[in-house]
Design a protein around this ligand. Structure first.
Ligand code: SF4
Length: 413
């Protein structure tokens, strides 16, 4: 027997190397993840169409009026449930283009269809990111009936917002957006703001803060104008990064002075991460700090035609010859769990995981970040297998530095 001729130590070495090989292969298997993989956020893109044309938009198909059909909605929901990828709750974000442009009737039917499939097995949480221009009483009735969490895209007062958030014929959209916000307020629908920051915003932190507070917002998140997808250049360069940190610092001061009546998403999240740390995930036995954007299927995006993708939700809808437009399958035709045997997915995941490993070796923020946003790595550095981006410096590192300094100060005698 061959085995009889091997020494005990060489047998152990063979078994160890087999274990390692198995672990490597299993790193791409759904069973290699602990806690087990779940779809934590299902992003449904009901239409690529947007009723306006912001200067910093990254969506290439925003003039297309195609719309998701009910069979696609049904297939997306059944698919994630049948694959055992939903446990405690089903969180659905309606995003991309202007989601309300899909029409009220579409949502009435889609929500009823989803409720019928879920049949009370777990709560369904809907959220929608909108420019608010179409919101009226009927929309508010729908939001109230289904507990929809509304995110409003508004950049601050009109003189800042209307510079970039314009109609196709160049008119500002602030007045209409604020009419929609008025409906939300009168109907007591909870909402928050997401504001895109450009160099002009950086000069007006006080006006921006006062605007959001006065208009009834209770939370605002700041996204920098990013280089991403169709948006090949950002107005925020290296030379603005110090100003962005000062902008956040001022927002924190104003929020404290207002007794927290307007919360700043970035500083809140940084505080949470510093005080609690990121959860742990084990992949093939190796520990990783949790980051939904680098874990397969935790964020699952489905477009109007049923094509699906995972990792950063901004990827689906972007053209890419190398990555097949980031499409990994179609919910009408295959199980989302089948991605693990898809070479397209394997290639994307290998590159993303390589980027995470580089972050682990090279970045002192890794334990508080978990490897960042693949979409920004790709569009800023040209590869998923890369590390630092402007997104990292502004949206991850700057708030963490700010909160570390603030917490240190508050614990000093
Ligand atoms: S901050 Fe950037 S470089 Fe650092 S771990 Fe996160 S993604 Fe990687």
């Amino acid at each position: 027997m061959v085995l009889a001729r091997l020494s005990l130590s060489s047998v152990r070495a063979v078994l160890r190397s087999r274990d390692r090989a198995a672990q490597g292969a299993a790193a791409l298997g759904i069973a290699s993840f602990f806690p087990p993989l779940q779809v934590k956020l299902l992003v449904l893109q009901p239409t690529p169409f947007c009723n306006i044309d912001c200067t910093y938009c990254y969506l290439p198909n925003r003039a297309s009026t195609e719309r998701m059909s009910l069979p696609v909605v049904e297939a997306a929901i059944r698919n994630v449930i049948d694959a055992g990828l939903v446990s405690e709750r089903l969180s659905i974000a309606w995003h991309a283009g202007e989601p309300l442009a899909a029409g009220l009737e579409f949502y009435r039917r889609a929500f009823a269809c989803i409720d019928a499939i879920v049949a009370g097995r777990y709560p369904v949480r809907h959220s929608i990111q909108t420019n608010a221009m179409l919101i009226d009483q009927d929309w508010c009735d729908l939001f109230a009936r289904h507990g929809v969490k509304v995110g409003v895209s508004v950049d601050g007062p009109a003189f800042i917002h209307d510079r970039n958030r314009r109609t196709r014929d160049g008119r500002g959209t602030h007045a209409k957006a604020m009419r929609g916000v008025g409906h939300l307020l009168r109907n007591a629908i909870p909402f928050h703001a997401i504001a895109v920051v450009t160099p002009v915003s950086l000069q007006h932190p006080d006006e921006i803060f006062r605007f959001f507070l006065a208009e009834g917002f209770r939370e605002v998140g700041f996204n920098i104008d990013e280089r991403e997808g169709e948006r090949r250049h950002s107005t925020i360069g290296r030379e603005h990064e110090h100003d962005f940190q000062r902008f956040l610092q001022r927002m924190l001061e104003l929020s404290i002075a207002a007794d927290g009546r307007l919360r700043i998403r970035e500083v809140d999240e940084a505080r949470k991460v510093i005080l609690r740390g990121l959860e742990s995930v084990r992949i093939g036995g190796k520990r990783h700090p949790h980051n939904a954007q680098v874990l397969p299927l935790e964020i699952l995006s489905v477009d109007h035609a049923g094509n699906f993708s995972t990792f950063s939700p901004e990827l689906l809808g972007q053209p890419s010859r190398e990555h097949n437009d980031f499409v990994l399958g179609n919910v009408l035709e295959e199980s989302v769990a089948s991605v693990f045997s898809n070479p397209q997915f394997q290639s994307m995941y290998r590159h993303i995981a390589a980027g995470v490993e580089r972050c682990r070796r090279e970045c002192e923020y890794f334990e508080l970040c978990g490897g960042g946003a693949p979409v920004n790595k790709l569009y800023e550095n040209g590869s998923f297998a890369s590390t630092e981006t402007a997104y990292c410096r502004n949206v991850v590192m700057a708030p963490l530095r700010l909160m570390l300094a603030s917490l240190e100060q508050s614990t000093q005698p």
